[in-house]
Design a protein around this ligand. Structure first.
Ligand code: PMM
Length: 285
């Protein structure tokens, strides 16, 4: 199903599944659960057992309003986990906005850099990624978590996000990153209101026109809880949004997403297989 060959990552004929390991005390849906490095490694291995093709390890929460952690603390959190998982043969991506963390992560074995700021937070990032030669996620981002909600202003969100992503991609290419390294992500929930997230999901084919594999990170995000709100408007807590995540996964995979980033791997891995079979069915007579 995926026509994309991304160097160093599994080449499946279906949408890939990226399992999330947040080594943080405060992430939105799993903060604190995998803060201990051994627990984080165990969890990463469990996710692979459940069908994850890639494990995304992050040491800095990006939930709305979150404050930044120091460089040393971020390194302390992610490096041992990345080293241990890589030694077990797991394809690991590092979820970081810092060039120094990306550099240390690649030295520890990371096969991919997932930068939610698309190179905006740390100007040294593109050069580190260019010399590492690993796949690089350029996510749409308008600023740090403390004040991102105020930046969720668009008149045509799909056109603007596509245009801002194209500019970011051009900029990192100009710094020496190779086209084959680039993956793009609309950054659901990052300076986006619920209606923006839905427009971007519905407009995924327009993002595809940029010509790069697309990652979708909808798992347990607030806009799903808002969609499933009680009649009095109380949002559904994230723990009740896993089935909605699955629905997004199936639809995004069917629409041609290259990868979904999810917390609860097994059912999402099943959903991408359903989507791949559905697509094959469309080609059959
Ligand atoms: N979302 C979060 C963190 N990292 N990376 C990518 N590429 N795309 C995303 O949508 C994304 C990300 C925040 O989610 P979490 O704190 O629930 O893991």
């Amino acid at each position: 199903m995926t026509a994309w060959k991304v160097p160093g990552l599994p080449d499946e004929r279906r949408c890939l599944v990226m399992g999330v390991v947040n080594v943080t005390p405060d992430s939105f849906s799993d903060g604190g659960r995998w803060f201990d490095p051994e627990a984080a490694v165990r969890h990463g291995l469990e996710l692979v057992e459940q069908g994850a093709d890639i494990v995304d390890v992050g040491g800095e929460s990006t939930r709305p309003g979150a404050a930044r952690v120091s460089l040393d603390e971020e390194l302390r959190r992610v490096e041992p986990v990345i080293r241990a998982l890589s030694q077990e043969g797991v394809p690991v991506s590092v979820d970081t906005m810092r060039a120094e963390v990306a550099d240390a992560a690649v030295r520890a074995g990371a096969a991919m850099v997932n930068d939610v700021s698309g190179g905006l937070a740390d100007p040294a990032m593109p050069q580190v990624v260019a010399s590492a030669g690993v796949p690089y996620v350029v996510m749409h981002w308008r600023g740090h978590s403390q004040d991102m909600d105020g930046r969720a202003v668009y008149s045509d969100v799909v056109t603007e996000v596509a245009e801002e992503l194209r500019k970011r991609v051009d900029s990192v290419l100009a710094e020496g990153v190779d086209e084959r390294q680039i993956l793009i992500d609309p950054g659901l929930g990052f300076a986006k209101r619920p209606e923006h997230n839905w427009a971007l999901l519905g407009g995924i084919h327009r993002l595809g026109e940029l010509g790069y594999p697309i990652i979708i990170g909808a798992s347990r995000k607030r806009f799903l809880g808002r969609l499933l709100a009680e009649p009095d408007g109380t949002p559904r807590p994230f723990s009740g949004a896993d089935d909605a995540t699955l629905a997004v996964t199936a639809l995004a995979a069917h629409a041609g997403a290259w990868c979904v980033r999810v917390h609860h791997v097994r059912p999402n891995a099943d959903a991408v297989r359903v989507a791949a079979a559905w697509r094959r069915g469309e080609g059959a007579r």
